[in-house]
Design a protein around this ligand. Structure first.
Ligand SMILES: NC(=O)c1ccc[n+]([C@@H]2O[C@H](COP(=O)([O-])OP(=O)(O)OC[C@H]3O[C@@H](n4cnc5c(N)ncnc54)[C@H](OP(=O)(O)O)[C@@H]3O)[C@@H](O)[C@H]2O)c1
Length: 358
């Protein structure tokens, strides 16, 4: 029997109840599809923060072509934001050129300006949504995930009501949140009465903040999680196994800088090497990679709809290697126990989801 944490959440890997069919790839393995609102999305989706700058120079034409390959491989749900540089425009170019039969989706975010000026008014919210529609070249945005900087400014409810109005008017298909903590996600849904299908939060082997309160709330209210940071910007891979601790100049992307800080908060580089070693033992057992194990560890957790794996489009490509995350049956109790025996030597990250943004 698996163990339960304080939130009553199972610590072993459980199949989400929302799974539907699978995308069968050439070698017979499959990435499951899961229901998220009115969509069926694969358990792995593709993140586009990496085209926003700070991750190397993007070749747009090559990036668009690579997105087609992601889509052909069943990884054609792309996560972006109005603040991710050219991401929405690149998605728009991709949509114009894509002719494949595998479904594609563009999930974006509405991130009000710092200080939230005007975000409680229809003109400002509508202008933001119209700008995303124009850049992405779609009449209806598949998904808008709402971010808010400052909970002491309670206008988040007004902003969300305008997004809901625009959804009713057909400009948005599904509404979600990003980086909301449990308390304020509950306020949006229960007090403001706005139905959201998801919250996008950091969730990885060493950042299990969602398990404190959020997962239990999500399961009760039928809201799912889209997990990011699951590969810690690439640190959870063979590339860093047995490597000396990176110095500041070695942190060549914004995500490596971001997640090195998370590793340090949790337990530091020596303990992280112990974790990579344990993950590599499990990976070898299933003939997959450390990244595959890290993705499955989170993707199959309760309340998780999908893991967002960032792609440095046109610079580095991990299509087949990410498909392989579903080429094995999944982690068993012994695997999970081994991972947790190392994880618990570190410190639990403080606070709730998204606290680092406030
Ligand atoms: N809501 C928010 O505040 C927020 C914040 C951060 C991210 N996100 C979303 O989440 C996405 C993920 O970004 P992230 O920063 O969290 O990064 P991540 O997914 O943890 O890491 C992405 C990096 O992992 C490496 N990688 C990917 N697949 C791999 C594989 N199969 N094997 C080995 N290495 C692999 C790649 O590194 P190389 O390119 O070096 O090969 C890639 O750039 C973003 O694009 C964005 O959509 C949202």
């Amino acid at each position: 029997m698996d163990s339960m944490n304080e939130a009553g959440v199972s610590n072993t890997i459980a199949s989400p109840g929302t799974e539907t069919t699978g995308i069968v790839k050439n070698d017979g393995s499959c990435i499951p599809l899961r229901k998220l609102g009115s969509f069926e999305i694969p358990a792995i989706i593709t993140g586009m923060w990496q085209v926003a700058g700070g991750h190397g120079t993007i070749d747009v034409k090559k990036a668009v072509n690579e997105m087609k390959l992601y889509a052909f491989a069943g990884l054609g749900v792309f996560d972006m934001a109005d603040i991710y540089g050219p991401a929405e425009e690149i998605y728009g170019m991709f949509c114009k050129e894509y002719w494949g039969s595998k479904p594609i989706r563009g999930f974006t975010k509405f991130v009000p300006r710092y200080g939230n000026s005007g975000a409680d008014t229809r003109p400002v919210v509508e202008a933001g949504i119209d700008r995303s529609r124009k850049r992405m070249g779609v009449a209806t945005l598949d998904m808008v995930q709402f971010h808010w900087w400052d909970y002491s400014d309670r206008r988040y409810c007004d902003a969300m009501k305008w997004l809901y109005t625009l959804q009713q008017e057909g400009k948005i298909k599904e509404l979600g949140l990003t980086n909301f903590d449990t308390e304020h996600m509950a306020k949006i849904v229960e007090d403001c009465g706005i139905p959201v299908v998801s919250n996008q939060v950091a969730y990885s082997i060493i950042d299990t903040r969602p398990e404190k309160k959020m997962v239990a709330w999500c399961l009760q209210h039928n809201v799912l999680l889209l997990a990011y940071g699951t590969l810690l910007g690439g640190f959870l891979s063979e590339k860093y196994l047995g490597r000396p601790e990176p110095r500041r100049p070695d942190l060549t992307t914004s995500s490596l800088s971001k997640y090195k800080y998370v590793i340090d908060q949790w337990g530091g580089w020596a303990l992280f090497q112990e974790l990579l070693l344990a993950l590599s033992q499990i990976a070898n057992k299933y003939r997959v990679s450390i990244s595959n194990v890290a993705v499955r560890f989170i993707a199959d957790k309760p309340a998780v709809a999908a893991v967002i794996v960032g792609a440095r489009l046109s610079i580095s490509e991990h299509i087949a290697s990410n498909q392989a995350a579903y080429s094995f049956p999944g982690l068993d109790e012994g695997d999970v126990a081994l991972i947790q025996s190392v994880v618990k030597k570190g410190s639990e990250l403080p606070g709730d989801c998204g606290d680092e943004y406030r």
